[in-house]
Design a protein around this ligand. Structure first.
Ligand code: AHR
Length: 604
């Protein structure tokens, strides 16, 4: 196959084409990319009870609703000490199926109430080995009149296994016959860019290496709520964590909301991603509100906008400043809902969309609004100018390849985005739920179809982003982890996303070819004199490709290749991209594509 890349012509390409989508699911946030490591730390939600807690020594522990830590954190842990106890006693928290201990300095805080003056001992202990990986004392003065917060830092020693517990103990002889209450316990390893209440460094850095251009959040289903009342509520995710009540989520476990609206936006700034914030559109899984019933919720969205954009003389702008962000946030895109073409959302969506669109657009005309589904018959007609339509596709590999030309005839005045996509093959053949070479290659083919049309396909996000392997309700994800220190497992798709997001020009350029598309697919782009040619070989034969890119001579060739089912379980991801330098004074390059390989040639 020979390909000649043109120096002229072609269409402009969206500068934010490749991004990611995040929602709290599979403990992607709590116990995942959000740094806090103790589970059920504020007894939020209605389903956890004493999950993750255990007594240490001769004590009785219970969830105590009679001693709330705050209006939001409505329970604390009561630790009752029987008469005659003389030892250090207290309680343990086992984290999210263990606590990763990396050898770094950890930050810890807890609230406490009850009469106690003396030493509190904190430890990180291997559940099975009994090895102590941190042992730290602090002195506290606590009374039974109100909760008081204590903060400390301590060094840890590396624990090779993740099965560690956090222990808090106190001198039982001083409390015997009585009890103490503890609440909102928090433990943080170093965070990404050192942010307070920030992201877990290794999981965040691993994502940063992909160079995603945007972040779509906070859902996904988790925006919607199983009921109206349990929808994601922006205003309960801001401010001090002790004032965040958390919620029963859509993904079967309570959310702490410690990763809240501001934290998402700091995350975007720290990784240089454009935020695509979704607002609730009136659709929950239990009920759908439209017409006048939606008015109070539209009002609430406008409060959220004031929180994002208002100056500090406004009520919500002032609140934002109090919460640590004086300048308005830079949010240029708002999505109205999530998958409103599913369930019963379709018929009322035009009304709900129009109400929210009008309210936001009238006050903030420069914001781009996104409609949350691709069923044109559920969209307002006419659709206001400049609205982007969000499509979601989870498909088997061959189906993605068939969609290579999906956008070739897209009307050029109607932009779209793929807010969620990923190969999700449930075939008996492989029984796989983790991205494997053929599936990731099909995603590459599909994305090349988008990149060719990236004047109208503005954004695409692989979804979902990540999972804690011990808490999976949806698979696969782009990468995953467990509680072992520094645990992070990429998928083959992770490497494809990284290659694609890191290598794209601002203009798509035509390619002359000796053959049509299939099994080899390609797309070329350039910025100035820098050229990027992406290639995928969606087939079982080797393919030899001769490429000519006039007026270039040097650069690199990155290839990702492996057997068809390579990567189909997290323990079977044994490939990496291989990068080689290339040089040819005439701009002629030979590329040998293994079966199912994905490649990027970047030259200038
Ligand atoms: O990404 C997983 C789920 O798939 C999302 O929550 C939802 O938007 C889609 O159906």
């Amino acid at each position: 196959i020979s390909l000649t890349v043109s120096r002229h012509g072609g269409n402009k390409s969206s500068p934010i084409l490749y991004g990611v989508m995040f929602e709290e699911m599979d403990h992607s946030g709590d116990g995942g990319i959000h740094g806090q490591l103790l589970q059920n730390n504020g007894f939020q939600g209605t389903t956890l009870g004493l999950t993750a807690y255990a007594p240490v020594g001769d004590v009785i522990i219970s969830q105590d609703t009679s001693k709330p830590v705050s209006k939001a954190i409505t329970s604390s842990l009561n630790v009752a000490v029987p008469h005659g106890v003389k030892d250090y006693v207290g309680f343990a928290n086992t984290g999210y199926n263990g606590i990763p201990v990396t050898g770094a300095t950890y930050n810890c805080s807890f609230w406490m109430m009850g009469n106690y003056s003396g030493t509190i001992n904190l430890q990180l202990v291997g559940s099975h080995s009994g090895s102590v990986h941190a042992d730290h004392n602090l002195t506290v003065e606590s009374t039974d009149s109100k909760f008081r917060e204590f903060k400390t830092r301590f060094n840890t020693t590396y624990a090779p296994q993740g099965d560690n517990e956090w222990h808090l103990t106190f001198d039982g002889s001083k409390v015997a016959g009585s009890s103490l209450n503890f609440g909102l316990i928090q433990l943080f390893p170093p965070t990404f860019k050192g942010r307070e209440n920030g992201l877990r460094d290794n999981l965040a850095s691993f994502l940063d290496e992909v160079h995603p251009a945007f972040l779509r959040f906070p859902g996904g289903n988790n925006l919607e709520g199983l009921e109206v009342e349990t929808r994601w509520k922006w205003n309960t995710t801001i401010g001090p964590v002790v004032d965040r009540p958390g919620r029963d989520s859509d993904w079967f476990y309570p959310n702490t909301d410690a990763l809240g609206l501001d934290e998402y936006l700091w995350w975007c700034e720290d990784m240089n991603m454009a935020p695509l914030l979704a607002v609730w559109s009136g659709k929950s899984y239990g009920d759908i509100l439209s017409g006048p019933d939606l008015h109070p919720f539209v009002h609430d969205i406008m409060n959220e906008m004031e929180y994002l954009f208002g100056n500090t003389s406004t009520y919500y702008g002032k609140l934002r400043a109090q919460n640590g962000r004086k300048d308005p946030w830079k949010v240029d895109m708002i999505e109205i809902g999530n998958e409103d073409d599913l369930t019963l959302g379709c018929d009322t969506y035009p009304d709900r969309f129009n109400q929210i669109y009008k309210a936001i657009h009238d006050k903030y005309p420069n914001i781009t609004l996104v409609a949350s589904h691709g069923n044109y018959s559920c969209l307002p007609s006419p659709l206001p100018k400049d609205v982007i339509i969000d499509l979601h596709l989870y498909r088997a590999p061959d189906d993605f390849v068939k969609l290579f030309d999906q956008f070739d005839n897209q009307p050029r005045n109607q932009s779209v985005m793929i807010g969620e996509f990923g190969c999700r093959n449930t075939s008996e053949e492989t029984g796989t739920y983790w991205p494997y070479m053929q599936g990731s290659c099909s995603e590459a083919v599909y994305m090349m179809g988008m990149e060719r049309n990236s004047d109208v396909v503005k954004m695409v996000a692989y979804a979902p982003l990540l999972q804690h392997f011990d808490f999976v309700s949806w698979s696969p994800t782009l990468y995953g982890f467990n509680s072992a220190p520094d645990s992070v497992t990429p998928s083959v798709s992770y490497f494809v996303q990284k290659m694609f997001a890191s290598n794209k020009g601002d203009t798509i350029v035509p390619v002359e070819s000796s053959t049509g598309f299939g099994p080899v697919y390609w797309v070329a782009s350039k910025t100035g004199s820098h050229y990027y040619l992406k290639l995928a070989n969606y087939g079982p034969e080797h393919q030899s490709i001769k490429v000519h890119i006039p007026e270039t001579k040097t650069g690199k060739l990155e290839i990702l290749a492996g057997p068809q089912y390579q990567g189909d379980t997290p323990s079977n991801v044994q490939i990496q991209t291989v990068t080689t330098s290339v040089f040819n004074a005439q701009g002629k390059y030979s590329i040998n594509m293994a079966p199912w390989a994905v490649a990027v040639l970047a030259v200038s």
